[in-house]
Structures are given as C-alpha cells and as structure tokens.
Design a protein around this ligand. Structure first.
Ligand SMILES: *[C@@H]1O[C@H](CO)[C@@H](O)[C@H](O)[C@H]1NC(C)=O
Ligand SMILES: *[C@@H]1O[C@H](CO)[C@@H](O)[C@H](O)[C@H]1NC(C)=O
Ligand SMILES: *[C@@H]1O[C@H](CO)[C@@H](O)[C@H](O)[C@H]1NC(C)=O
Length: 607
C-alpha cells in the first residue's frame, strides 16, 4: 500500500520522460532525409538505448501510436519484437560508422549499401585442369517440385474481413470495426496469408505430380509478425512438417528461415538463442534428409547437405539469413565479419567434397543472393564459390520474393553474355495469395546431369482472371506455362536435348531487351497475372539488370525511403502486397517518416 504513491510518481515521471524522447525522435525522423542525416538520427537514438530496451521500446511505441501509422497492437507487437535488437546494435556500434550506414540502409532506405569489403573466401583446392564432364544419355527426365513461401495462417477464418486495418487480414480481430466488406474465401484471399485448406490442396497437387522429391525454400509461418511468439512458431513449423510427411509420398529437402529473420551471430553477446528453430527443424526433417544432415542443421545454424538416395545429386541447403540485411543482429559490431556463423566455409567444404566425390550439387536457400535484401559482401563472397564450383553446381533454388523469377551468375559481370553465364538460380513463386496467385513449380530433370530440362509453373485453375473482390481458389491446379515453350521460340529455338543452361537464360534476357511483348509476358507471369504492374523504361531496365546479377552488387538496386512499398524492380505495391515479412520495424519507420510533420502536435495534445 505504502509503495503505491512512489510507483505512481515514477510512472508519471517516466511518461513525461518518454514523451520528451518521443518529441526528440519525431524531430530527428523528420530531419532524416538522406544518408548523412540518417546517421544523425541514429545518434539521437543513442541516449534512449542506453536507458535500456524497455525505454527504447516505449519511446518507439509512442512514436508509432502518435503517428497512428499502425493499429496500437501492431505498433506494440512489432516494436517489442524487433526494437531491442536495434537498441543492442546502437549500444555496440558507432552511429557514424559503416554499420550505421547499413542500419540506415536496412531500416530507412536512406543510405545505399556500402561498397563490398574485399575478402577471399577459403577455397580448398583450385579448379581441376580437366573438370568432370557431365553428359546426358537422353533418358526420360524425372520430376522435382519446388514450392516456397507457404506462409500458412492457422488463424485464418473464412468469412472474416479480407480488408482490414492490419498488415494481415482474414482473421477474427476483436478490434475490427464495421461490417465485413470483403469476406475471406474458404480457400484463400488476396491480402491474406494461406489457409490450411489451400496448403493441403497444393500438397495434394504436388503428390499428383509423381515427383522423385521436392525442394521447399521456406517461410512457413504467416506474416503477422506482431503476434508471433516462439511457441506458436514451433507448433506451426511442426504442423507443416507433419503435413509434408503425411500428405506427400516422396522426400522433401527444405531450407531454413526464421519467423522474424532474427538469427543472432555466434559472436553476439546477450542474444537470445535461435537454437530452438534449428532443433525443431532438425527433428522434423530427419526422415527426408537423414541423421547426419539433421545433426548439421543443429550445429551449422540450419545448413546441411544430403545426397538424394539412388543419385549422385547432393542438395546443399544454406541458411542465407546471415546474409539478409533485415536480420538486425548482423549490425551489432563495427568489425567486419565476412562469414557469420561459418556458412560460407561450410558451403566451401561441401562443394569441394562433392567435386572430389564426382557429385553434382543443387544449392537451395530461402533468400536468393541476388536479392536487394542480400548484403552485397556475402553475396560477393558466395559468388566466388559459385565461380569456382560452376562445373559442380548444376542449378540453384530460392524463394523469398514471392514472384516467379530467375537470376544469372557470370564469370565476368562486366562482360555479361551467353558465354560468360556460369550459373542459374531458379526463384520460385509463393504459395501465399497475399500479393500474387498461389503457385508451385515442377522441374523436369535430366537423370544423368541433374540439369533442368524444363521449369513449369502451376497455379490454381480459376485465378488467371482473378479480380480482387472474388477470392475463391478451387482445389484444382493446372500448368500456367513452361519456360522452354514460352521462351525457347523467343531466342530462336533451343535444342530439345539441351538443358536450360545459364546461356539459355542469358539469351532470354536478351530477348527481353529486344522483344518487349515477351518481356511483358514475363512481367505478368511474375505475379501469375495478379495486379500486373506496368513495367517499362527504368523498371524494365532494372528488372533485366537484376536478372543478370546473382551477385547483388551488380543488380542496379537502389535503396529509397519506403523501399518496402516499392519492390526492387520499381513496381509500386500497396502495403498489403508487401513482401515476405509483412510489417516490420522498417515499415513502421518509413510510415512514421511520411506522416511525422502533421501529427507531432496531435500527440502532445493527446498526452
Ligand atoms: C477497404 O477498406 C477501406 C477503408 O475502410 C475502404 O476505403 C475500401 O474501399 C475497402 N475496399 C474494399 C475492396 O472493400
Ligand atoms: C562461430 O561459428 C563458426 C562456424 O561454426 C566457428 O568457426 C566459430 O569459431 C564460432 N565462433 C564463436 C565465437 O563461437
Ligand atoms: C540500363 O540502363 C543503363 C543506363 O542507361 C544502360 O547502360 C544499360 O545498358 C541498360 N540495361 C539494359 C538491360 O537495358
């Protein structure tokens, strides 16, 4: 009883202190208009972070609520989850250093990524004088399915509103106001993540493809990042592993990705461990990848390799989230760490072992190294491995972008041509209908070379003429297009006996330059004909530039404030169509910066 007045007094004090910090921060955000002033903003955050994570969270929540950029629960959930990582970073680094530049790039889009720091990836042996030649004897291809970004929302409820005030809709929110405007369909709706029924429908379609195995490049949980907690994520991961095991009749080789992409490096101090993600997936994946690979998932931060039974094909699954610019744990030191958690060294060892054993390798991971979200340094270092082992790697497979696309690696990025194209990355469309029509891919694979003879994308059958107000996806799937049939004629034909080589894909990009209708066809296929955004001029130039840059520094990516609303390709999308992570801290910062001027006064009137 006696303590109560003191507590009340402290609370009152802290409300005033917090309000004054909120004022300072709103002012600093208002002034942050370029890279230099963004560093000044970070410096303004420093006094707050040294008062502790709770104060920093309260201040940012105050900023978020004052500007009303998100519903209160979204402000609180997202900031509580991610702001302590930024606070930790700011305590450990200089606001004006290179790491500060990276934070300004990832969080606010106000700085470009710094130039790559030169580093030579350990290469165990030099390229053999006569590398193993891979010859096809023309056997019938086998099939492999690739699916990605399933983002299953176990709280999806048909009939709830698909148009809501939060980043992810189609859930029974208690604070939803007014009548339902756009009822969530029984099998999915745009603007929402995937209901279980749609995921199960896809898995039954995958089973029908009679595949030798599947590749799953990750993102299991829904993007309601402000609500997720480790218990829910664990149960979501386990549930999907179980569905894969029971609904498919062939192995799955998955790639790891975490709920909010928050993987601390093993050099971080006072960081929560992400080991529970690795342990959960190691247990769930053992039936397909085997015991030794599961052990690697546990001890190599989610990465593993596994040879597909009865083949000479090694799947090398890498955790590329240590190269992901929105993994804010990567910014807690001013010292360059070229190989966080040893993922590159692991890849180097595995590639050498495969070459020594006469095996071919498929690299799989969630985030493609070509992404605007890839840190240029690690993308560059990874590319060194790709160039050294180009003969061993027959293809690479990624997800993350939600769109149907590809990227090419070159031995010389200043002389990009069919002759210098050395590797091809297949970037799969998403299952989630959030910002596109649900899809998966089927590859026809040469059994001698493990090269891709064709890449065919499948979609649910009624969605080519989808209109945002109709949202039912029947449980039937059909082939949308074949890469060989669609692009082969555009490059003057491609021999039936030849795989879709890196040179094939380079020629396709040349066709895009000279033949606009085929480029526009590609542009529509990216989202599977959902809300196709016009792409000409700079957008087209940028898109082709990115296709020719598995090494991200060559991808013509330009960070801009609000990059989350503008895809790397320059396509303008609305917030509900946002990429993988839904609303995160970066989104909130951007929204605040656009609204900050008008509402500062309103906040102080409210306080
Ligand atoms: C979605 O909700 C907003 C805000 O209430 C409204 O302006 C918009 O027209 C709605 N859209 C649809 C498709 O119902
Ligand atoms: C971090 O992991 C890498 C790769 O396993 C290892 O080489 C390194 O020693 C580890 N560092 C620390 C500080 O544990
Ligand atoms: C894109 O534009 C730049 C600068 O104008 C030009 O050098 C480049 O060749 C263009 N790329 C393509 C693929 O059109």
């Amino acid at each position: 009883m006696k303590a109560l007045p003191v507590v009340t007094w402290l609370l009152t004090l802290s409300v005033a202190v917090i309000a004054s910090f909120v004022d300072d921060i709103l002012q600093a955000i208002e002034n942050a208009v370029d890279c230099g002033s963004c560093h000044t903003l970070l410096a303004a955050l420093e006094p707050v972070v040294f008062l502790g994570d709770d104060v920093f969270v309260d201040v940012l929540v105050g900023v978020c609520k004052a500007t009303k950029v998100e519903d209160a629960d979204v402000c609180e959930g997202t900031i509580k989850e991610q702001a302590p990582i930024i606070a930790h970073d700011l305590r450990e680094t200089s606001a004006f250093g290179k790491t500060g530049t990276r934070i300004c790039n990832a969080l606010l889009g106000l700085c470009q990524q710094p130039d790559v720091t030169t580093y030579k990836v350990p290469i165990l042996k030099t390229q053999p004088a006569t590398p193993k030649a891979w010859h096809s004897t023309g056997k019938t291809p086998f099939q492999v399915v690739h699916f990605s970004d399933v983002h299953i929302d176990r709280s999806y409820q048909a009939g709830t509103d698909a148009n809501c005030s939060k980043p992810i809709c189609c859930r029974p929110y208690v604070d939803h106001k007014g009548p339902v405007q756009r009822p969530a369909g029984p099998s999915g709706s745009h603007g929402c993540d995937t209901p279980s029924s749609l995921a199960q429908s896809m898995l039954s379609a995958v089973k029908g493809q009679n595949t030798k195995f599947s590749v799953f490049t990750g993102d299991v949980v829904e993007a309601a990042v402000w609500l997720v907690d480790p218990n829910e994520v664990t149960s979501d991961l386990q549930q999907f592993n179980k569905e894969l095991a029971t609904l498919l009749n062939s192995p799955v080789y998955p790639a790891i990705v975490a709920p909010i992409n928050a993987f601390p490096r093993n050099t971080s101090t006072d960081a929560p461990s992400a080991q529970w993600v690795f342990d959960t997936q190691a247990a769930g994946w053992t039936p397909w990848i085997g015991g030794p690979a599961a052990d690697s998932v546990k001890h190599m931060s989610g990465s593993y390799s596994s040879v597909v039974q009865g083949t000479s094909l090694k799947i090398l699954s890498l955790n590329t989230m240590y190269w992901y610019r929105q993994n804010y744990w990567l910014y807690d030191s001013d010292d360059a760490q070229p190989d966080p958690n040893g993922i590159l060294s692991f890849a180097s060892r595995e590639l050498e072992a495969a070459e020594d054993a006469g095996q071919r390798v498929w690299i799989i991971a969630h985030m493609p190294p070509s992404s605007a979200d890839a840190i240029y340094d690690q993308s560059n270092y990874f590319d060194q491995l790709v160039q050294r082992y180009k003969n061993t790697i027959s293809a690479q497979f990624y997800g993350h972008s939600h769109v149907d696309e590809f990227a090419i690696a070159y031995s010389d990025y200043t002389k990009q041509s069919a002759d210098t194209a050395t590797s091809i990355a297949y970037i799969a469309p998403s299952l989630t209908p959030r910002s596109a029509n649900p899809a998966f891919r089927v590859y026809d694979v040469d059994p001698d070379t493990y090269e891709i003879m064709d890449s065919r994308t499948f979609i649910t059958s009624s969605i080519s003429n989808i209109n945002p107000s109709t949202q039912i996806f029947p449980a039937s799937w059909k082939q949308e297009y074949s890469a060989r049939d669609t692009y082969g004629p555009a490059i003057g034909g491609w021999p039936a006996s030849q795989s879709l080589t890196p040179a094939f894909w380079h020629k396709v990009t040349e066709a895009f330059v000279s033949n606009d209708p085929i480029f526009q066809k590609y542009n529509a296929l990216k989202t599977r004909n959902y809300k196709v955004a016009a792409c000409t001029g700079d957008c087209k130039n940028q898109t082709i530039c990115a296709q020719r840059a598995l090494r991200a520094e060559n991808g013509c990516h330009i960070a801009t404030p609000g990059f989350h609303w503008r895809r790397a390709e320059g396509e303008v999308v609305d917030p509900h169509l946002d990429h993988c992570e839904g609303t995160g801290l970066a989104d909130i910062f951007w929204k605040v910066s656009t609204k900050v001027v008008s509402v500062t006064d309103a906040f102080f009137n409210a306080v």
